[in-house]
Design a binder for this molecule. Structure first.
Ligand SMILES: NC(=O)c1ccc[n+]([C@@H]2O[C@H](COP(=O)([O-])OP(=O)(O)OC[C@H]3O[C@@H](n4cnc5c(N)ncnc54)[C@H](OP(=O)(O)O)[C@@H]3O)[C@@H](O)[C@H]2O)c1
Length: 249
């Protein structure tokens, strides 16, 4: 119960990596806001599971690409659990897989701008009360592809590189207020977002990975919960791969 007495908000906490983070942060004692966009029922199930296990959680809607909806989300979060201590910036737009020769300007701009909005807006909404309280923890979910490009992922590599830059800037500027900011970079992780991948491709990636498997959402949640813990209170500005060793920056 290392996080007892803390509050956390996970953007895109209804499914995949976000849901695993919400569950583990609650298990460690935090009161968790499970933000969702379209999957209300799934978000309510995450909350019900947390509550049944003796934890505290609430599901709140909000498209994190939209400033007004983000403001409403944080106002509602404040009313439900109080100011946010731990912000997990997880929700990001879908990945358009396309060779750069075929990628349109519109597809590129939509991915990059939506990703930036999804990370900047909730961080901006959370930081005022963190600054006032001289304490806070922000964790951004980037991707191993931010540093290791792969064929067809140019928009994703670009947008996640932007996430890395934003997280480093936040760590630099918010550190003096006692706010820690870190980046977690998953490799291939089994979620709805990757369910379409042919199993042969997943097996091939597992075979090239030192740990001989691909990631699960719980693997990412483990490091997120560790970073949220005061025991890692001097870790800021870090970029931590969760890739079984396939990516070693
Ligand atoms: N899976 C991987 O292999 C992998 C690898 C590296 C990095 N990542 C990163 O990890 C993060 C989570 O990915 P995932 O694989 O867990 O995806 P996922 O299983 O598809 O889940 C996406 C989650 O994000 C939410 N979401 C999407 N757009 C949103 C928006 N505009 N506003 C609020 N919530 C929104 C969804 O909510 P609703 O369902 O309620 O709409 C859902 O809870 C992303 O940033 C992704 O880039 C994933």
């Amino acid at each position: 119960m290392q996080l007892a007495g803390k509050t956390a908000l996970v953007t895109g906490g209804s499914r995949g990596i976000g849901a695993a983070c919400a569950r583990l942060l609650a298990e460690r004692g935090a009161a968790v806001v499970v933000n969702y966009h379209q999957s209300k029922d799934v978000a309510l199930k995450v909350v019900a599971d947390i509550t049944a296990a003796g934890g505290r959680a609430v599901a709140l809607p909000g498209d994190v690409r939209d400033a007004e909806q983000v403001d409403r989300l944080f106002t509602a979060a404040m009313a439900e659990v109080g100011p946010i201590d731990i912000l997990v910036l997880n929700a990001g737009p879908a990945v358009p897989w396309k060779p750069v020769t075929e990628l349109t300007q519109a597809e590129f701009e939509t991915k990059v701008l939506d990703e930036m909005r999804s990370f900047f807006l909730p961080a901006k909404a959370a930081m005022a009360s963190m600054i006032a309280r001289r304490s806070g923890c922000i964790i951004g979910i980037s991707s191993g592809l931010s540093r290791y490009p792969a064929y067809g992922f140019s928009a994703h590599t670009t947008s996640k590189s932007g996430v890395d830059g934003l997280m480093k800037s936040l760590a630099f500027e918010l550190g003096p207020y006692g706010i820690r900011v870190n980046t977690v970079a998953p490799g291939l992780t089994r979620t709805d977002a990757t369910a379409h991948m042919p199993e042969a491709q997943v097996t091939a990636i597992a075979g090239m990975t030192p740990m001989r498997r691909v990631g699960e959402a719980a693997d990412v949640a483990g490091i997120v919960a560790a970073l949220a813990d005061d025991a890692t209170g001097f870790v800021s500005g870090a970029y931590i791969p969760v890739s079984g060793g396939i990516q070693m920056p």
